[in-house]
Design a protein around this ligand. Structure first.
Ligand code: C2E
Ligand code: CA
Ligand code: CA
Length: 668
């Protein structure tokens, strides 16, 4: 049946990955922004620097040129003054001569404010010295001319003024040259700086872009892979890798459409392992998982590649046989599947043998949609289970009615509990040594309004599945304790009532407290209560079970292992459980007169439990021959139809004190 605690592995992007991706993107963005900002700023400054430097140097060049020009003009002015016709013209030229001196001084001092190279400074210093020497001579020449001493003026001009001025001009033209050179250099270096800034800006931006592309490529590759993985996980079962229900339905839909077009048959097999829960509970979940994996492998290996094998969860598988011509072909696959699944498994060093129940529905006979076909196969499987497991069952329309019945039963059960239609019956156990009843087992009966009194076999599973067993079981326990306390009051103080506990009931966290309270409330001494548990329940969690049983023992409540010999637990486990009694299952007694092996097993169990200090009770004793055989095996306590069927409390009261020697014959 379906396992509720089935682990599902779903794909999730780990928080570390998410954080990494976001951090990567943010860093990338900041990097690009930073680089762009720095690059733009650097380019801007170097461009501005380039402009300033260019302007400054061009200005410098202009000034040095102006100085050369003015110095030349002044000499020319002197010449003109010497050859001028009249006084006025000479005065005008003199004015011009002094103005040019002023302009020269202005240009020079402006030049000094600009950034100058050491060479330029040296040349300017040299020029100042030479000018300081040349100017008084020029002034003297001009004065002589104004005084009409032209011959003397000309002589002075030619002999001293012009050579002195030439020396100045020579320095100035060197200055001009130097200024030109430094300008060119400055512009070139500024251009170089600008080019370098541009280079870094482009390379850093390029690098940032490259990192961006790499990051993006990684992210895309990752998300693609993650997407594919997620899709696979959404459509496949994590444990076996088989398609899950989602994918199965899609493919089944396609197979049905194809079959309807080409007049083929499709067979849907719903496969459920029998008693898988037992494997899980007794051998552990890891072994259960391993079994499921091996079954999946065998199923996949059995069918054709165009057929579908899927796992629905738990121990439920579906095999779809597509494009079949005849029903026989599908049944052939069913046989192959059964053969494959039921072969022995090697799991955790043990040999395991499992059977399966298979339900089959056919398209188009039983349905023409994937949903109907799967549901009908499920229904048929349920019937295969109901009719004894380890078989296959074809769907037929009547089955739906039976499913409806089950639903009906569930409603009925709830109503029945609410209306108090449940009651414990009691079945006696006889001690063959004393020939008296010491224990009665409480067995629930349902007085159904239309179906009469019903035994639990037909509804116990449903009670357990729906969890209603807990509430009902507690009510019956209280009633049985009250009844037993009453028998004690009537004088049967040695009598105990045995209560059956299902797994759900036993594993309730407050069971011990509840039992304790029930005893206080009903005033039944603890020895008056026995609890019966199956070995399967105990094997579910040995440590916890032992702890719980220990608590009951401390209270004085005795515990019995029910149906002993039918579970997966071995005799070796027995010594771990602090139980008082073993109830040997009816299965070994059924044919005990004719089956020496059953007799041998029963004898072994009886002697083992004796050596462990346990009592044994044999269930299901139906005829005197069985009783005789059991007596010979040393069996002391028996229960069964031979002694008495389960009866209502009032009927049991009448036989409680009875001596059974007469009925059962004397102990030998
Ligand atoms: P069990 O604990 O093994 O109880 C013995 C079953 O065998 C009872 O079936 C009883 O009527 C039947 N039986 C007794 N003597 C013979 C015999 O000589 N031959 C045959 N063929 N059968 C015999 P019943 O009453 O139908 O109960 C079936 C199972 O339901 C019980 O098996 C027990 O596990 C469970 N059950 C019954 N009452 C309760 C209950 O109140 N609570 C819980 N949790 N389980 C219960
Ligand atoms: Ca029992
Ligand atoms: Ca039993």
């Amino acid at each position: 049946m379906r396992e509720p605690g089935e682990p599902t592995r779903r794909f999730v992007l780990s928080p570390a990955w998410k954080l990494g991706l976001v951090a990567g993107f943010v860093t990338q963005l900041l990097l690009i922004l930073f680089v762009t900002f720095i690059g733009l700023a650097a380019m801007n400054t170097s461009e501005q620097r380039l402009m300033t430097i260019t302007q400054q140097h061009l200005h410098k060049l202009q000034l040095s040129k102006a100085m050369v020009f003015l110095a030349r003009e002044r000499t020319l002015n002197l010449f003109k003054a010497l050859h001028a016709e009249d006084m006025f013209e000479r005065d005008a030229l003199y004015l011009e001569f002094t103005q040019m001196a002023n302009r020269f001084v202005t240009a020079r001092s402006e030049l000094l404010t600009l950034p100058l190279t050491p060479q330029e400074r040296r040349l300017l210093d040299e020029q100042r010295e030479l000018t300081r020497h040349a100017v008084p001579i020029q002034e003297e020449v001009m004065q002589l001319a104004r005084d009409e001493k032209l011959a003397a003026a000309r002589k002075l001009l030619m002999a001293e003024a012009i050579p002195a001025q030439n020396a100045v001009l020579d320095v100035l033209s060197r200055l001009d040259e130097a200024a030109r050179g430094s300008t060119q250099e400055a512009i070139a270096s500024a251009e170089q700086a600008y080019a370098a800034a541009r280079f870094w800006m482009y390379s850093l931006c390029g690098a940032a872009l490259l990192i961006g592309i790499v990051v993006a490529a990684i992210v895309i590759a990752y998300t693609n892979r993650a997407g594919r993985e997620r899709e696979h996980m959404a459509t496949h079962d994590a444990l076996t890798g088989l398609p899950n229900r989602l994918l199965l339905m899609g493919r089944l839909e396609q197979a049905v459409a194809r079959a309807l077009r080409h007049k083929f048959l499709v067979g849907v097999m719903f496969i459920d392992l029998d008693r898988f829960k037992l494997v899980n509970d007794t051998l552990g979940h890891a072994a259960g998982d391993e079994l499921i994996r091996q079954v999946a492998e065998r199923l996949s290996g059995t069918v054709r590649s165009e057929d579908i094998v899927a796992r629905l969860g738990g121990d439920e598988f579906v095999v779809v046989v597509t494009d079949a011509d005849k029903v026989g072909q599908i049944i052939h696959v069913v046989d192959k599947v059964t053969e494959a699944v039921t072969r022995t498994y090697q799991i955790a060093g043990r040999e395991i043998f499992v059977t399966c129940s298979i339900g089959i529905s056919l398209c188009p006979n039983d349905g023409t949609t994937a949903n109907d076909l799967l549901q009908h196969a499920d229904t048929a499987m349920y019937h295969a289970k109901e009719s004894g497991r380890n078989r296959y069952q074809m769907f037929d329309a009547e089955m739906n009615a039976r499913v409806a019945q089950r639903l009906h039963l569930e409603t009925d059960l709830r109503q029945g509990i609410a209306r108090g239609e449940f009651q414990p019956y009691y079945q006696p156990q006889i001690n063959l040594e004393t020939q008296r009843i010491h224990v009665v087992e409480a067995l629930m009966r349902w007085h159904h309004p239309t179906r009469g009194t019903m035994e639990p076999g037909s509804y116990l599973d449903l009670l357990e599945e729906t969890g209603t067993i807990v509430e009902l079981g507690r009510r019956l326990l209280l009633e049985a304790c009250t009844q037993c306390a009453q028998w004690h009051a009537e004088g049967h103080t040695e009598l105990a009532v045995a209560i059956n506990l299902s797994g759900k009931e036993f594993w309730q966290a407050d069971l011990v407290e509840f039992v304790e309270q029930a005893l206080v409330q009903t005033k039944l001494p603890a020895q008056g209560l026995h609890l019966e548990l199956t070995e399967t329940i105990l094997m579910q969690d040995i440590d916890q079970a032992v702890a719980k049983i220990q608590q009951f023992k401390q209270m004085g409540v005795r515990v019995a292992v029910d149906d002993f010999g039918t579970g997966y637990s071995s005799l070796a486990h027995l010594k771990h459980f602090p139980v008082d009694t073993l109830k040997i299952d009816r299965f070994f007694i059924k044919d005990i007169q004719n089956q020496p092996i059953d007799a041998a097993i029963t004898r072994a169990i009886i002697s083992l439990s004796e050596s462990l200090g346990l009592d044994t009770v044999v269930e299901g004793v139906e005829d005197p021959q069985q009783l005789e055989a059991l007596r010979k095996l040393g069996c002391r306590v028996v229960q069964g139809y031979l002694i008495g069927r389960p009866l209502p409390g009032k009927d049991i009261g009448a036989i409680l004190g009875q001596d059974w020697t007469h009925t059962l014959g004397p102990d030998h």
